[in-house]
Design a protein around this ligand. Structure first.
Ligand SMILES: C[S@@+](CC[C@H](N)C(=O)[O-])C[C@H]1O[C@@H](n2cnc3c(N)ncnc32)[C@H](O)[C@@H]1O
Length: 413
Protein backbone atom coordinates (compact mmCIF):
# COMPACT_ATOMS: atom_id res chain seq x y z
CA UNK A 1 0.00 0.00 0.00
CA UNK A 2 1.37 3.44 -0.88
CA UNK A 3 1.96 6.10 1.76
CA UNK A 4 -0.94 8.13 0.35
CA UNK A 5 -3.33 5.20 0.58
CA UNK A 6 -2.17 4.51 4.14
CA UNK A 7 -2.79 8.09 5.17
CA UNK A 8 -6.25 8.06 3.54
CA UNK A 9 -7.13 5.01 5.58
CA UNK A 10 -5.93 6.60 8.80
CA UNK A 11 -7.73 9.87 8.16
CA UNK A 12 -11.09 9.17 6.53
CA UNK A 13 -11.69 12.91 6.10
CA UNK A 14 -8.90 12.85 3.50
CA UNK A 15 -10.98 10.51 1.40
CA UNK A 16 -12.74 12.00 -1.59
CA UNK A 17 -15.92 13.62 -0.28
CA UNK A 18 -18.24 10.98 -1.79
CA UNK A 19 -16.50 8.30 0.29
CA UNK A 20 -16.60 10.22 3.57
CA UNK A 21 -20.31 9.72 4.22
CA UNK A 22 -20.76 6.04 3.37
CA UNK A 23 -22.93 4.10 5.83
CA UNK A 24 -21.54 2.41 8.91
CA UNK A 25 -22.37 -1.25 8.38
CA UNK A 26 -23.09 -3.66 11.25
CA UNK A 27 -23.58 -7.37 10.58
CA UNK A 28 -26.67 -8.66 12.39
CA UNK A 29 -26.47 -12.42 11.63
CA UNK A 30 -24.21 -15.23 10.51
CA UNK A 31 -26.49 -16.94 8.03
CA UNK A 32 -27.72 -16.50 4.46
CA UNK A 33 -29.14 -14.12 3.44
CA UNK A 34 -26.79 -11.77 5.22
CA UNK A 35 -28.60 -9.21 7.38
CA UNK A 36 -26.89 -5.86 8.05
CA UNK A 37 -27.76 -2.45 9.40
CA UNK A 38 -26.64 0.48 7.28
CA UNK A 39 -26.53 3.52 9.49
CA UNK A 40 -26.19 6.92 7.84
CA UNK A 41 -25.40 9.51 10.51
CA UNK A 42 -24.74 12.39 8.05
CA UNK A 43 -26.97 15.43 7.55
CA UNK A 44 -28.78 16.16 4.28
CA UNK A 45 -26.35 19.05 3.73
CA UNK A 46 -23.32 16.76 4.08
CA UNK A 47 -24.86 14.27 1.67
CA UNK A 48 -25.63 16.99 -0.91
CA UNK A 49 -22.07 17.48 -2.16
CA UNK A 50 -21.36 18.58 -5.73
CA UNK A 51 -24.36 18.50 -8.08
CA UNK A 52 -26.67 16.56 -5.75
CA UNK A 53 -28.20 19.89 -4.69
CA UNK A 54 -28.93 21.14 -8.23
CA UNK A 55 -32.58 20.17 -8.06
CA UNK A 56 -34.65 19.69 -4.94
CA UNK A 57 -36.29 16.32 -5.38
CA UNK A 58 -38.84 15.14 -2.88
CA UNK A 59 -38.26 11.48 -2.08
CA UNK A 60 -34.70 10.98 -3.20
CA UNK A 61 -32.46 8.54 -1.39
CA UNK A 62 -29.29 9.61 0.43
CA UNK A 63 -26.35 9.76 -1.99
CA UNK A 64 -24.52 7.38 0.37
CA UNK A 65 -27.03 4.61 -0.41
CA UNK A 66 -26.22 4.62 -4.12
CA UNK A 67 -22.54 5.15 -3.23
CA UNK A 68 -22.41 2.10 -0.94
CA UNK A 69 -24.07 -0.17 -3.51
CA UNK A 70 -21.63 0.98 -6.20
CA UNK A 71 -18.68 0.43 -3.83
CA UNK A 72 -19.88 -3.12 -3.14
CA UNK A 73 -20.37 -3.95 -6.81
CA UNK A 74 -17.63 -2.41 -8.96
CA UNK A 75 -18.14 -2.57 -12.70
CA UNK A 76 -16.47 -5.58 -14.38
CA UNK A 77 -15.38 -3.50 -17.41
CA UNK A 78 -15.65 -0.04 -18.94
CA UNK A 79 -18.50 -1.22 -21.17
CA UNK A 80 -20.62 -2.58 -18.34
CA UNK A 81 -23.10 -0.21 -16.78
CA UNK A 82 -25.42 0.38 -13.86
CA UNK A 83 -29.07 1.09 -14.64
CA UNK A 84 -31.41 2.98 -12.30
CA UNK A 85 -34.94 2.20 -13.51
CA UNK A 86 -36.62 4.69 -11.10
CA UNK A 87 -33.95 7.32 -11.65
CA UNK A 88 -35.66 10.36 -10.03
CA UNK A 89 -33.18 13.19 -9.77
CA UNK A 90 -30.20 11.10 -10.90
CA UNK A 91 -28.48 10.36 -7.57
CA UNK A 92 -27.22 7.02 -8.90
CA UNK A 93 -25.85 8.59 -12.10
CA UNK A 94 -23.91 11.21 -10.12
CA UNK A 95 -22.41 8.62 -7.76
CA UNK A 96 -21.52 6.37 -10.72
CA UNK A 97 -19.82 9.24 -12.54
CA UNK A 98 -17.70 10.00 -9.47
CA UNK A 99 -16.47 6.40 -9.60
CA UNK A 100 -15.96 6.23 -13.38
CA UNK A 101 -18.81 3.73 -13.85
CA UNK A 102 -20.93 3.97 -16.98
CA UNK A 103 -24.59 4.55 -16.12
CA UNK A 104 -28.12 4.82 -17.46
CA UNK A 105 -31.25 6.07 -15.80
CA UNK A 106 -34.90 5.74 -16.74
CA UNK A 107 -37.77 7.82 -15.43
CA UNK A 108 -41.33 8.48 -16.49
CA UNK A 109 -41.11 12.21 -15.70
CA UNK A 110 -39.38 14.46 -18.22
CA UNK A 111 -38.46 16.88 -15.41
CA UNK A 112 -36.52 14.12 -13.65
CA UNK A 113 -34.84 13.09 -16.87
CA UNK A 114 -33.80 16.66 -17.64
CA UNK A 115 -32.51 17.32 -14.11
CA UNK A 116 -30.57 14.03 -14.08
CA UNK A 117 -28.99 14.71 -17.46
CA UNK A 118 -28.00 18.27 -16.52
CA UNK A 119 -26.27 16.98 -13.39
CA UNK A 120 -24.02 14.59 -15.30
CA UNK A 121 -23.35 16.67 -18.42
CA UNK A 122 -20.12 18.62 -18.74
CA UNK A 123 -20.74 22.32 -19.36
CA UNK A 124 -18.71 25.45 -19.96
CA UNK A 125 -19.26 27.40 -16.74
CA UNK A 126 -17.99 30.71 -18.17
CA UNK A 127 -20.54 30.52 -21.00
CA UNK A 128 -23.37 29.85 -18.57
CA UNK A 129 -22.43 32.94 -16.55
CA UNK A 130 -22.27 34.97 -19.76
CA UNK A 131 -25.75 33.79 -20.75
CA UNK A 132 -27.03 34.56 -17.25
CA UNK A 133 -25.75 38.14 -17.54
CA UNK A 134 -27.52 38.55 -20.87
CA UNK A 135 -30.71 37.10 -19.44
CA UNK A 136 -30.64 39.45 -16.43
CA UNK A 137 -30.13 42.59 -18.56
CA UNK A 138 -32.87 41.48 -20.99
CA UNK A 139 -35.12 40.88 -17.98
CA UNK A 140 -34.50 44.39 -16.60
CA UNK A 141 -35.07 46.01 -20.01
CA UNK A 142 -38.20 44.07 -20.94
CA UNK A 143 -40.06 43.11 -17.77
CA UNK A 144 -42.36 46.14 -17.85
CA UNK A 145 -43.76 45.11 -21.22
CA UNK A 146 -45.14 41.84 -19.76
CA UNK A 147 -48.51 41.61 -18.01
CA UNK A 148 -49.34 39.51 -14.96
CA UNK A 149 -50.90 36.25 -16.25
CA UNK A 150 -54.63 36.33 -15.47
CA UNK A 151 -54.89 32.61 -14.80
CA UNK A 152 -56.57 31.11 -11.74
CA UNK A 153 -53.76 28.61 -11.21
CA UNK A 154 -51.04 31.26 -11.11
CA UNK A 155 -53.19 33.60 -9.00
CA UNK A 156 -53.66 30.82 -6.46
CA UNK A 157 -50.02 29.79 -6.16
CA UNK A 158 -47.99 32.93 -6.95
CA UNK A 159 -48.00 36.62 -6.07
CA UNK A 160 -48.70 38.71 -9.20
CA UNK A 161 -45.14 40.03 -9.44
CA UNK A 162 -43.67 36.54 -9.07
CA UNK A 163 -45.83 35.17 -11.93
CA UNK A 164 -44.92 38.09 -14.13
CA UNK A 165 -41.19 37.64 -13.45
CA UNK A 166 -41.33 33.87 -13.97
CA UNK A 167 -43.07 34.52 -17.26
CA UNK A 168 -40.32 36.94 -18.38
CA UNK A 169 -37.55 34.42 -17.61
CA UNK A 170 -39.52 31.60 -19.24
CA UNK A 171 -39.99 33.64 -22.42
CA UNK A 172 -36.27 34.46 -22.59
CA UNK A 173 -35.36 30.76 -22.21
CA UNK A 174 -37.74 29.94 -25.06
CA UNK A 175 -35.74 32.20 -27.40
CA UNK A 176 -32.48 30.30 -26.79
CA UNK A 177 -31.30 27.58 -29.16
CA UNK A 178 -31.28 24.09 -27.74
CA UNK A 179 -27.96 23.52 -25.93
CA UNK A 180 -26.47 22.21 -22.69
CA UNK A 181 -26.45 25.83 -21.45
CA UNK A 182 -30.16 26.20 -22.06
CA UNK A 183 -30.87 22.84 -20.34
CA UNK A 184 -28.84 24.01 -17.34
CA UNK A 185 -30.76 27.31 -17.14
CA UNK A 186 -34.13 25.56 -17.50
CA UNK A 187 -33.29 23.30 -14.55
CA UNK A 188 -32.34 26.39 -12.51
CA UNK A 189 -35.63 28.03 -13.56
CA UNK A 190 -37.74 25.00 -12.62
CA UNK A 191 -35.63 24.71 -9.47
CA UNK A 192 -36.76 28.09 -8.08
CA UNK A 193 -40.48 27.70 -8.82
CA UNK A 194 -41.42 26.29 -5.42
CA UNK A 195 -39.22 28.77 -3.58
CA UNK A 196 -40.83 31.83 -5.20
CA UNK A 197 -44.40 30.42 -4.92
CA UNK A 198 -46.83 30.88 -2.03
CA UNK A 199 -46.41 27.20 -1.10
CA UNK A 200 -44.35 25.78 1.75
CA UNK A 201 -40.83 24.98 0.56
CA UNK A 202 -40.38 21.94 2.74
CA UNK A 203 -43.73 20.18 2.44
CA UNK A 204 -43.95 17.56 -0.22
CA UNK A 205 -47.32 18.21 -1.89
CA UNK A 206 -47.76 21.99 -2.33
CA UNK A 207 -49.82 23.77 0.31
CA UNK A 208 -50.22 27.52 0.72
CA UNK A 209 -48.05 29.00 3.46
CA UNK A 210 -49.78 32.20 4.52
CA UNK A 211 -46.69 33.38 6.41
CA UNK A 212 -44.25 32.92 3.53
CA UNK A 213 -42.07 35.90 2.69
CA UNK A 214 -41.98 36.63 -1.05
CA UNK A 215 -38.58 36.12 -2.72
CA UNK A 216 -37.51 38.36 -5.58
CA UNK A 217 -37.62 36.07 -8.64
CA UNK A 218 -34.67 37.35 -10.66
CA UNK A 219 -32.35 37.41 -7.66
CA UNK A 220 -33.48 33.89 -6.65
CA UNK A 221 -32.82 32.74 -10.21
CA UNK A 222 -29.37 34.39 -10.41
CA UNK A 223 -28.40 32.90 -7.06
CA UNK A 224 -29.57 29.46 -8.15
CA UNK A 225 -27.57 29.59 -11.39
CA UNK A 226 -24.44 30.83 -9.60
CA UNK A 227 -24.72 28.14 -6.89
CA UNK A 228 -25.22 25.48 -9.55
CA UNK A 229 -22.20 26.79 -11.48
CA UNK A 230 -19.96 26.57 -8.47
CA UNK A 231 -21.16 23.03 -7.57
CA UNK A 232 -20.88 21.92 -11.19
CA UNK A 233 -17.36 23.27 -11.46
CA UNK A 234 -16.29 21.29 -8.36
CA UNK A 235 -18.01 18.19 -9.72
CA UNK A 236 -16.28 18.47 -13.09
CA UNK A 237 -12.92 18.54 -11.34
CA UNK A 238 -13.73 15.29 -9.53
CA UNK A 239 -15.32 13.03 -12.12
CA UNK A 240 -13.80 10.28 -14.17
CA UNK A 241 -14.32 10.07 -17.93
CA UNK A 242 -17.35 7.87 -18.59
CA UNK A 243 -20.80 8.19 -20.10
CA UNK A 244 -24.09 8.72 -18.25
CA UNK A 245 -27.53 9.20 -19.68
CA UNK A 246 -31.05 9.34 -18.35
CA UNK A 247 -33.84 8.29 -20.73
CA UNK A 248 -37.54 9.08 -20.65
CA UNK A 249 -39.68 5.97 -20.42
CA UNK A 250 -41.83 3.59 -18.46
CA UNK A 251 -39.92 0.86 -16.68
CA UNK A 252 -42.66 -1.62 -17.56
CA UNK A 253 -41.12 -1.63 -21.05
CA UNK A 254 -37.36 -1.29 -20.96
CA UNK A 255 -35.90 0.22 -24.14
CA UNK A 256 -34.29 -2.34 -26.46
CA UNK A 257 -30.86 -0.80 -26.06
CA UNK A 258 -30.59 -2.31 -22.56
CA UNK A 259 -30.81 -5.75 -24.10
CA UNK A 260 -27.05 -5.79 -24.76
CA UNK A 261 -25.95 -8.02 -21.87
CA UNK A 262 -23.87 -5.22 -20.31
CA UNK A 263 -26.11 -4.23 -17.40
CA UNK A 264 -24.21 -5.74 -14.44
CA UNK A 265 -26.13 -3.86 -11.73
CA UNK A 266 -29.58 -2.34 -11.33
CA UNK A 267 -30.26 0.14 -8.53
CA UNK A 268 -33.98 0.61 -8.11
CA UNK A 269 -35.82 2.98 -5.79
CA UNK A 270 -39.57 2.81 -6.42
CA UNK A 271 -42.02 5.30 -4.89
CA UNK A 272 -42.87 4.29 -1.31
CA UNK A 273 -46.25 2.70 -0.80
CA UNK A 274 -48.74 5.04 0.91
CA UNK A 275 -46.26 7.91 0.87
CA UNK A 276 -47.07 10.13 -2.16
CA UNK A 277 -47.40 10.20 -5.95
CA UNK A 278 -44.84 12.26 -7.83
CA UNK A 279 -46.84 14.18 -10.46
CA UNK A 280 -49.02 16.15 -7.97
CA UNK A 281 -45.95 17.00 -5.90
CA UNK A 282 -44.34 18.69 -8.94
CA UNK A 283 -47.56 20.41 -10.02
CA UNK A 284 -46.09 23.92 -9.89
CA UNK A 285 -42.92 22.87 -11.71
CA UNK A 286 -44.89 21.06 -14.46
CA UNK A 287 -47.00 24.19 -14.88
CA UNK A 288 -44.04 26.49 -15.54
CA UNK A 289 -42.24 23.81 -17.51
CA UNK A 290 -45.10 22.96 -19.86
CA UNK A 291 -43.84 25.25 -22.65
CA UNK A 292 -40.72 23.05 -22.85
CA UNK A 293 -42.49 19.70 -22.51
CA UNK A 294 -42.85 18.80 -26.16
CA UNK A 295 -39.22 19.27 -27.03
CA UNK A 296 -38.03 17.15 -24.09
CA UNK A 297 -40.64 14.44 -24.65
CA UNK A 298 -40.95 14.27 -28.45
CA UNK A 299 -44.70 14.61 -28.15
CA UNK A 300 -45.11 12.17 -25.25
CA UNK A 301 -45.49 15.06 -22.85
CA UNK A 302 -48.08 13.58 -20.49
CA UNK A 303 -46.25 10.32 -19.91
CA UNK A 304 -45.57 11.35 -16.30
CA UNK A 305 -49.29 11.04 -15.56
CA UNK A 306 -49.03 7.26 -15.97
CA UNK A 307 -46.49 6.95 -13.16
CA UNK A 308 -46.66 4.04 -10.73
CA UNK A 309 -49.26 5.07 -8.13
CA UNK A 310 -48.31 4.56 -4.49
CA UNK A 311 -50.86 6.63 -2.57
CA UNK A 312 -53.40 6.22 -1.02
CA UNK A 313 -52.70 2.55 -0.43
CA UNK A 314 -56.26 1.26 -0.76
CA UNK A 315 -56.83 -2.33 -1.89
CA UNK A 316 -56.71 -1.43 -5.55
CA UNK A 317 -53.62 0.81 -5.49
CA UNK A 318 -51.76 -1.63 -3.25
CA UNK A 319 -52.51 -4.49 -5.63
CA UNK A 320 -51.42 -2.48 -8.65
CA UNK A 321 -48.28 -1.33 -6.81
CA UNK A 322 -47.07 -4.91 -6.23
CA UNK A 323 -48.07 -5.95 -9.76
CA UNK A 324 -45.97 -3.07 -11.09
CA UNK A 325 -42.96 -4.22 -9.05
CA UNK A 326 -43.35 -7.74 -10.44
CA UNK A 327 -43.60 -6.58 -14.04
CA UNK A 328 -40.74 -4.09 -13.90
CA UNK A 329 -38.35 -6.58 -12.26
CA UNK A 330 -39.35 -9.22 -14.84
CA UNK A 331 -38.13 -6.68 -17.42
CA UNK A 332 -34.85 -6.25 -15.51
CA UNK A 333 -34.44 -10.04 -15.19
CA UNK A 334 -34.66 -10.33 -19.00
CA UNK A 335 -31.76 -7.94 -19.63
CA UNK A 336 -29.39 -9.20 -16.93
CA UNK A 337 -26.90 -12.03 -17.33
CA UNK A 338 -26.23 -14.72 -14.75
CA UNK A 339 -24.63 -13.05 -11.69
CA UNK A 340 -26.36 -9.74 -12.41
CA UNK A 341 -27.20 -7.78 -9.25
CA UNK A 342 -30.50 -6.07 -8.47
CA UNK A 343 -30.52 -3.67 -5.48
CA UNK A 344 -34.02 -2.57 -4.46
CA UNK A 345 -34.27 0.37 -2.06
CA UNK A 346 -37.74 0.22 -0.53
CA UNK A 347 -39.63 0.62 2.75
CA UNK A 348 -42.49 -0.82 4.78
CA UNK A 349 -45.51 1.35 5.46
CA UNK A 350 -48.65 1.36 7.54
CA UNK A 351 -52.20 1.47 6.30
CA UNK A 352 -55.06 2.26 8.68
CA UNK A 353 -52.53 1.88 11.48
CA UNK A 354 -51.53 -1.64 10.40
CA UNK A 355 -48.18 -2.70 9.04
CA UNK A 356 -47.92 -3.45 5.31
CA UNK A 357 -44.78 -5.63 5.10
CA UNK A 358 -43.52 -4.18 1.81
CA UNK A 359 -39.98 -5.54 2.26
CA UNK A 360 -41.17 -9.10 2.75
CA UNK A 361 -43.67 -8.87 -0.09
CA UNK A 362 -41.00 -7.45 -2.43
CA UNK A 363 -38.61 -10.28 -1.54
CA UNK A 364 -41.33 -12.84 -2.36
CA UNK A 365 -42.14 -11.13 -5.66
CA UNK A 366 -38.54 -10.72 -6.82
CA UNK A 367 -37.62 -14.29 -5.81
CA UNK A 368 -40.68 -15.60 -7.69
CA UNK A 369 -39.16 -14.09 -10.85
CA UNK A 370 -35.96 -16.11 -10.38
CA UNK A 371 -33.62 -13.81 -8.39
CA UNK A 372 -32.09 -14.94 -5.11
CA UNK A 373 -31.93 -12.67 -2.06
CA UNK A 374 -28.29 -12.32 -0.96
CA UNK A 375 -28.47 -9.47 1.53
CA UNK A 376 -31.12 -7.72 3.56
CA UNK A 377 -29.82 -4.35 4.73
CA UNK A 378 -31.87 -2.26 7.13
CA UNK A 379 -31.32 1.45 6.73
CA UNK A 380 -31.31 4.05 9.48
CA UNK A 381 -30.86 7.77 8.98
CA UNK A 382 -30.80 10.49 11.61
CA UNK A 383 -31.86 13.64 9.81
CA UNK A 384 -35.34 15.05 10.41
CA UNK A 385 -38.04 14.25 7.89
CA UNK A 386 -41.26 16.16 7.25
CA UNK A 387 -44.02 14.31 9.02
CA UNK A 388 -46.45 15.18 6.24
CA UNK A 389 -45.00 12.67 3.80
CA UNK A 390 -43.64 10.13 6.14
CA UNK A 391 -46.48 9.52 8.60
CA UNK A 392 -47.38 6.23 7.01
CA UNK A 393 -44.05 4.75 6.11
CA UNK A 394 -40.93 3.32 7.62
CA UNK A 395 -39.72 5.25 10.59
CA UNK A 396 -36.07 6.07 10.17
CA UNK A 397 -35.42 6.55 13.84
CA UNK A 398 -36.27 3.01 14.79
CA UNK A 399 -38.92 3.82 17.42
CA UNK A 400 -41.51 1.74 15.58
CA UNK A 401 -39.72 -1.56 15.58
CA UNK A 402 -41.80 -3.39 13.03
CA UNK A 403 -41.47 -0.86 10.18
CA UNK A 404 -38.21 -1.00 8.26
CA UNK A 405 -36.49 0.70 5.37
CA UNK A 406 -34.36 -1.68 3.41
CA UNK A 407 -31.83 -2.22 0.69
CA UNK A 408 -32.51 -5.67 -0.74
CA UNK A 409 -29.65 -7.19 -2.72
CA UNK A 410 -30.63 -9.92 -5.18
CA UNK A 411 -28.53 -11.92 -7.63
CA UNK A 412 -29.61 -13.63 -10.82
CA UNK A 413 -28.42 -17.24 -10.27
C1 LIG B 1 -38.38 7.28 -5.12
S1 LIG B 1 -38.19 8.19 -6.60
C2 LIG B 1 -36.53 7.87 -7.06
C3 LIG B 1 -35.58 8.90 -6.45
C4 LIG B 1 -34.14 8.70 -6.82
N1 LIG B 1 -33.57 7.52 -6.18
C5 LIG B 1 -33.33 9.92 -6.43
O1 LIG B 1 -32.43 9.82 -5.60
O2 LIG B 1 -33.62 11.02 -6.95
C6 LIG B 1 -39.16 7.25 -7.72
C7 LIG B 1 -39.18 7.74 -9.16
O3 LIG B 1 -39.88 6.77 -9.94
C8 LIG B 1 -40.45 7.45 -11.04
N2 LIG B 1 -41.45 6.55 -11.65
C9 LIG B 1 -42.71 6.30 -11.23
N3 LIG B 1 -43.32 5.42 -12.04
C10 LIG B 1 -42.42 5.09 -13.00
C11 LIG B 1 -42.46 4.22 -14.13
N4 LIG B 1 -43.55 3.52 -14.44
N5 LIG B 1 -41.35 4.12 -14.90
C12 LIG B 1 -40.24 4.85 -14.61
N6 LIG B 1 -40.15 5.69 -13.55
C13 LIG B 1 -41.22 5.81 -12.75
C14 LIG B 1 -40.98 8.74 -10.44
O4 LIG B 1 -41.16 9.72 -11.45
C15 LIG B 1 -39.87 9.08 -9.43
O5 LIG B 1 -38.96 9.97 -10.00
Amino acid sequence: MSTLEESLELFPENQPIFKQFLPTITRLNDSTPIINEWDIPSTIKQLSYFVHSHYRYYGKFPSAVAGQILEQFPSPSEEHYVLDNFCGSGTTLVEAKLRGIKSYGLDISWLSVLASNVKVTTVDIANIKKELNELVSWFENNKSSFNVPEIDFTKKWFEDMASRDLLVIQQYLLTLDKSTIRDFLIVAFIGIVRRVSKAHNGEVRPHINKKKKQRDVISAFSKKVNDMCSDHDDFQKNILETSSECCLGDNLNLPEKFDDGKCYLVISHPPYLNSFNYAPVFNLEFYWGQVFEDEYTQGNSKLYKTEMKAHPANESIQGRYFNHLKSCYEEVFKIQNQGGVLAVVIGDCTRNGKLVPVLKKTIDIVESIGYKLEELNYRTTHYGLGKYAYNHRADYHGDQEEKKDGILIFKKP
